[in-house]
Ligand binder design. Structure first.
Ligand SMILES: [Zn+2]
Length: 220
């Protein structure tokens, strides 16, 4: 299955993406990991992205799209992938469609994780992420690691992203509403959107997501 995961900051996208990708045996492709990999391997795209970041500018969509395309062409993505953090606006969604169409492929589902705004704010401040792998995500109250500050998966150091500070949450939600939410309407027009509640335990949300994706797949 080729799936795009969308949802506001704090919806648990990274955690769900990791579980769903494992359950579905498809790679989890996150933009954060793409950027880090391209920059650390000093690829042409990585160098280009870094030149914008060093100037404090946003990396242009074309660069992000080219990185995503590279990754989607890897052999492990041949039978599907789960995109997390991409596309994040309508022009990226259109570029993704063009890219897939030119390869004779199409998306199977867009999984929309829904969570009330107050809950988002509560969730974000407690989030801790592994320095080794951004798919290793914990929460001080909802999903505490066995040892405080240490990743259960790989022993890496857990940290709070600057993005996750309470001051920036409202601003990030605003950006999500104006830039990313329109892609839900874009994909609704294609009949691809599956909306589930992201409330409850991580495992419960995964089960809910798997059932919704299965129903979507059966409908085809
Ligand atoms: Zn880890």
């Amino acid at each position: 299955m080729r799936i795009v995961l969308v949802g506001p900051p704090g919806a648990g996208k990274g955690t769900q993406a990791a579980f769903l990708a494992k359950n579905l045996s498809i790679p989890h492709i996150s933009t954060g990991d793409l950027f880090r990999a391209n920059i650390s391997q000093q690829t042409e795209l990585g160098k280009l992205a870094k030149s914008f970041m060093d100037k404090g500018e946003l990396v242009p969509d074309e660069v992000t799209i080219a990185m995503a395309k590279d990754r989607m062409e890897q052999p492990d993505a041949a039978s599907g992938f789960l995109l997390d953090g991409f596309p994040r606006n309508v022009s990226q969604a259109e570029a993704l469609d063009e890219m897939l169409t030119s390869e004779g492929m199409k998306l199977d589902a867009v999984l929309d994780l829904e969570v009330p705004e107050d809950e988002v704010v509560k969730r974000i401040a407690g989030r801790r992420i592994c320095r080794n792998d951004s798919s290793h995500v914990f929460h001080v109250s909802y999903k505490a690691p066995k040892d405080e500050g240490v990743c259960d998966v790989c022993g890496g150091e857990l940290y709070q992203r600057d993005d996750d500070s309470e001051e920036t949450v409202r601003k990030r939600l605003e950006v999500y509403h104006t830039q990313t939410e329109p892609i839900i309407d874009y994909y609704k027009a294609q009949g691809l959107v599956v909306t589930i509640s992201a409330l409850g335990k991580v495992e419960e949300v995964t089960v809910r997501a798997m059932e919704a994706l299965k129903r979507k797949d059966d409908d085809k």
